[in-house]
Design a protein around this ligand. Structure first.
Ligand code: MN3
Length: 243
């Protein structure tokens, strides 16, 4: 594995589709640069390159965890999604992944687990960025205040959703169809786009609370992982996803 220590600016000079192959963090799709809110506009069914190096999120998330998470777990979801699409006659050139997820009850469990797994991880990588802790600004900050009362109240609700998810799953900040923001959590690789989800809407921010996301560094201490994870949130990306 080639180590990459260049800055984000250097990453975005290099474009291409090399992210389809596991373990390549040197490149980023042009679509990710131009409009992050349309992060799945191109080749939504394939795995894109990480927008930063495996070690870029240290010390919050260690390089080994990122490498295994991206190149084994997430790559596996993308591969199994491709198999499910082939078996269930989904044309990945014309079908929209979001649309498939909105109708997931019509497909197999393999499609649900891996379509969700692939989408959730592609979103998750973009929801994080190297650097120092930040807070939401502008419209997103105002929407959070309107929906939750304060940023701190939102943070507590979201953290609790992650801490209290029994077993494996995700915590989400969701924009509902009537444009409210809500916090929810889903089991396994489900997400709020899915028609089987209790709370439905557009996932703006997702947090992976599967043990594979934190166990090497945090072991059983999921709350510590969640508390530290706030330092990584890419609020600009989250804000751009609001409709
Ligand atoms: Mn994961």
């Amino acid at each position: 594995m080639k180590k990459n220590t260049s800055s984000r600016r250097d990453f975005i000079k290099v474009t291409g589709h090399a992210g389809v192959a596991a373990g390549l963090s040197m490149t980023i799709l042009p679509s990710l640069v131009k409009a992050e809110n349309e992060f799945l506009a191109d080749s939504a069914f394939t795995q894109h390159a990480l927008p930063y190096a495996y070690n870029a999120l240290e010390p919050v998330i260690d390089a080994m965890t990122m490498e295994i998470h991206y190149s084994k777990h997430a790559t596996g979801y993308a591969k199994n999604l491709a198999e499910a699409c082939a078996a269930e006659k989904v044309n990945t050139n014309s079908e929209k992944l979001e649309n498939l997820l909105r109708n997931i009850s019509k497909y197999s469990t393999k499609m649900r687990n891996n379509g969700g797994g692939h989408y959730n991880h592609e979103l998750f990588w973009q929801c994080m960025r190297p650097g120092t802790a930040a807070k939401p600004e502008g419209n997103l900050a105002a929407a959070i205040d309107r929906s939750f009362g304060s940023f701190e109240t939102f943070k507590t609700q979201f953290s609790d959703a992650g801490k209290n998810r029994f077993g494996s799953g995700w915590a989400w900040l969701v924009q509902t169809p009537d444009h409210h923001l809500v916090v929810t959590s889903t089991p396994n690789q489900d997400n709020p786009l899915m028609d089987i989800s209790e709370v439905k809407g557009t996932p703006l921010l997702g947090l992976d609370v599967w043990e594979h996301a934190y166990y090497l560094k945090y072991q059983n201490k999921r709350p510590d992982y969640i508390n530290n994870w706030w330092n990584l949130v890419n609020w600009d990306f989250v804000a751009k996803r609001m409709m």
